[in-house]
Design a protein around this ligand. Structure first.
Ligand code: NAP
Length: 456
């Protein structure tokens, strides 16, 4: 058995581990295990790379793995659940940057590559660099460092000119089969500028879709560089990330009723677009009364949102659910695909608290159930239950599918005050006759509800 065969066979095993990992991530029950399978694949692929024929620079490789590993471990342990999207944006950007860096080394090397290899290296370089700088801007936006979308006249035209110039620089490199430092530097500066300029005008509300898109692009860039290096693990891992990312992007865009062209080329989450003003008053309720209302209900649907994550109220909410169940109340959870700040955010929190999966439903499965629910308990959710999405054509969230909490007989909304949701618009649900506002921090309110039901 030759060394080459062992390397290729190990890469094949690593690729299988990635795919098993991804498959297991499709259900919350097996998702944790999925991460471990995929991680094992990554460890195997990394270790085997040391045995690659002609490999040098072992010290540099170990130092890079050491620095990267420590930083990732430290930041992964420290990050708050609510900051996870920007963390993903950052890591994703690093992947794109790494692919672009590989391409830079290949393009700069004195050796002339064939046409196809140079073309693939250039494509990976372009996509990786755009994904790198675009993801960094997405990180800055989600972190709150860049609050407003930046728009200027002829923005799309400027981007088109930049892209044309980048392609031109790419053609020069392609004709030579490799590039001198100047032309390669020009190519990368232009590509990085495209990533920045395409991302700065995009509003915060569209960021999850954009991050998912960059994730898909990073996968594609890695796959292209895999062809350049003749590395099967990179080709397969990149393709898997690229296709999974593309599917996720489509699903998220659909959940927010946005097309990719409108995300990338028109404004959203713009403070100027506020929708029709909502009339009426918000009517408060005490925890003791809300507790009675739920304790004597037949059917309660709980809708968690970003505020539940902020309050870390999931454990108390599960305790409340069990109390209600003991009294014979049928309790279910309704999860909107973009509730919280990342795909699956609410599922992760509820799973952490031990809520069984068979009482958690997706939007499509539960939306018709609100018609015969006695109480809809909205805990820290806002945009995902805003009926303006159904009725107000001037609303920036018009057309986004929402959870029909307003159709329940009674709606109890737990939030701290008059704070708006992610989209920055008022919520018509809070003003309806059947709605009551239960003010306070999500966790504290859940404790009060538990207390009031125990007192009955
Ligand atoms: P949301 O619209 O952001 O609203 C969250 C609400 O929680 C706020 O109105 C806030 O009101 C309340 N809140 C905050 N802290 C709280 C606390 N400690 N206790 C109780 N309430 C608290 O949340 P959502 O309904 O989950 O909607 C998600 C939004 O984020 C959508 O617009 C979506 O497009 C966007 N988004 C989603 C993702 C994703 O992938 N899931 C990623 C990024 C953005 P108060 O301030 O009054 O308490």
């Amino acid at each position: 058995m030759t060394g080459g065969f062992v390397i290729q066979a190990s890469y094949f095993v690593a690729a299988v581990l990635f795919i098993i990992g991804l498959k297991r991530m499709s259900s919350p029950v097996t998702a944790r295990g999925g991460i471990i399978w995929a991680g094992a694949g990554m460890v195997l692929a990394t270790v085997v790379t040391f045995a690659w024929p002609g490999m040098e620079n072992y010290l540099l490789m170990i130092a890079a793995i050491g620095v990267g590993g420590v930083l990732a471990w430290w930041s992964g342990k420290r990050v708050a659940m609510t900051d996870m999207p920007q963390m993903i944006a950052l890591y994703n950007g690093m992947g794109g940057g790494a692919a672009a860096a590989i391409a830079a080394v290949e393009l700069l090397g004195g050796e002339t590559h064939g046409f196809v290899v140079t073309l693939l290296a250039l494509l990976g370089a372009l996509i990786g660099a755009v994904s790198f700088s675009g993801s960094l801007i997405a990180f800055a936006k989600l972190q709150g460092w860049m609050k407003k979308p930046i728009r200027f006249a002829a923005q799309n035209k400027t981007n088109a000119i930049l892209l044309a110039a980048t392609i031109l620089a790419g053609i020069v490199i392609l004709i030579q089969g490799h590039g001198g430092p100047t032309i390669v530097a020009v190519f990368f500066v232009l590509a990085l500028a495209i990533g920045i300029l395409v991302t700065v005008p995009i509003g915060g509300a569209d960021m999850p879709v954009v991050i998912s898109l960059y994730n898909a692009l990073t996968g594609l860039a890695v796959a292209f560089e895999g062809f350049v290096l003749d590395n099967a693990a990179m080709i397969i891992a990149g393709t898997v990330v690229g296709s999974a990312g593309t599917l996720l992007t489509q699903l998220m865009a659909k959940a927010m009723n946005r097309s990719m062209t409108s995300v990338l080329f028109s404004g959203f989450g713009d403070a100027a677009v506020e929708g029709t003003e909502v009339e009426g008053t918000m009517k408060p309720i005490e925890a003791s009364d809300a507790g009675v209302m739920m304790a004597f209900a037949r059917k309660v649907i709980i809708i968690p949102g970003y505020g539940m994550a902020v309050a870390q109220a999931q454990h108390k909410i599960w305790e409340l659910t069990q109390l209600l169940q003991e009294r014979g109340v049928k309790v279910t959870f309704a999860i909107h695909p973009v509730a919280g700040r990342m795909p699956g955010h609410m599922n992760v929190l509820l799973a952490e608290a031990g809520v069984p999966y068979d009482i958690i439903y997706d939007l499509d499965e539960i939306n018709q159930e609100f018609d015969n629910a006695d109480v809809a308990l909205v805990i820290g959710a806002n945009d995902v239950v805003n009926p303006a999405a159904r009725t107000d054509t001037s609303s920036p969230i018009y057309g986004m599918p929402i959870l029909n909490a307003d159709k329940a007989d009674n709606v109890i909304i737990v939030k701290r005050g008059q704070g708006k949701g992610f989209s920055g618009i008022e919520n018509a649900l809070f003003f309806l006759d059947n709605s009551r506002m239960l003010y306070g921090d999500g966790q504290a309110v859940a404790s009060e509800l538990i207390h009031s039901i125990k007192e009955l």
